[in-house]
Design a protein around this ligand. Sequence first.
Ligand code: SF4
Length: 339
Amino acid sequence: MNKFDYIQAKSVEDAVKRVSEGKNSIFVAGGTNLIDLFKYNLTHPELLVDLNKIHEHHEIIEKEDGGIEIGAFVTNADTAYNPIIEKRYPLLSKAILAGASAQIRNMATNGGNLLQRTRCYYFYDEHAPCNKRNPGSGCSAIEGYNRIHAILGGSESCIAVFPSDMCVALAALDATVNISGKDGARSLAFADFHRLPYDSPERDNNLQHGEIITSINLPKKGFPENFSYLKLRDRHSYAFALVSVATGLDLDGGIIAEARIALGGVAHKPWRLKEAEEFLKGKTADVDSFQSAAEIILDGAQGFKHNRFKIELAKKAIVRNCMMALNPESQRPGAKPSL
Ligand code: SF4
């Protein structure tokens, strides 16, 4: 039995103070991943600080600079169906709706989506060696069953993958994460928020203890004309991505003025390679260009016994998704890409 105290925070400052005071205190908002961690005996807090009664950061606001600010406590469902998001950032809406189930999206908050733990069967098995759960104990996945695991950015310590769909779109859209802590507020570029495992896989992101996500900013550019999100998984109804791709294109005639390509399901964080996006600038928007970009992105990918197929799958998914982004009609349910 894991006994803990529970309080409802009145404000962000109150929540930060309560969690900062205790080494083993944690926040809860939607709780959709945290409850799993409780069930699998993977977290043992002394104090749970509930954020659901805080009145701030429940809105999506258009900013004077043309961008938007998305409250951390807005649910994933309310974000996906928000008219501003649907109109100006449809890539984000589509990615959110590819994730989890309607019930989970109704509970899960945007801040919590960023903070979900990476996925690995062995992490959730308290009897298996796992460097992420028990640093220094070893990694069961590298020589074990590793079908869902990383092909990019892994280390000898860990090859778990970050499972969010929403975050793949946020990476492509150049989001910024706004954070409050006991020393004040700070912002992190989305690319710097999540971590690669290196030799400290126990840390999934760069938040410090007691820090809380308050909102997420998106810049003005949302690629509403040419975008696509593709999620490939074992079971269409409800499963994490084997590979997912978020694409936003800015086209000048048939020429690529700007490209964004982010991958999910392949690494410990959403994966984006600026080198490939630079390569695409000024190229004709066609299969050949996207195939070349896919080769650049997957250069250096490392497969393991059960997941080598993901390297080729990722290349094909990139090409297919970029072609889908050329044709807004392909975003309708059931539409086929024009390959
Ligand atoms: Fe643990 Fe990471 Fe290895 Fe999975 S891949 S067993 S999470 S160390």
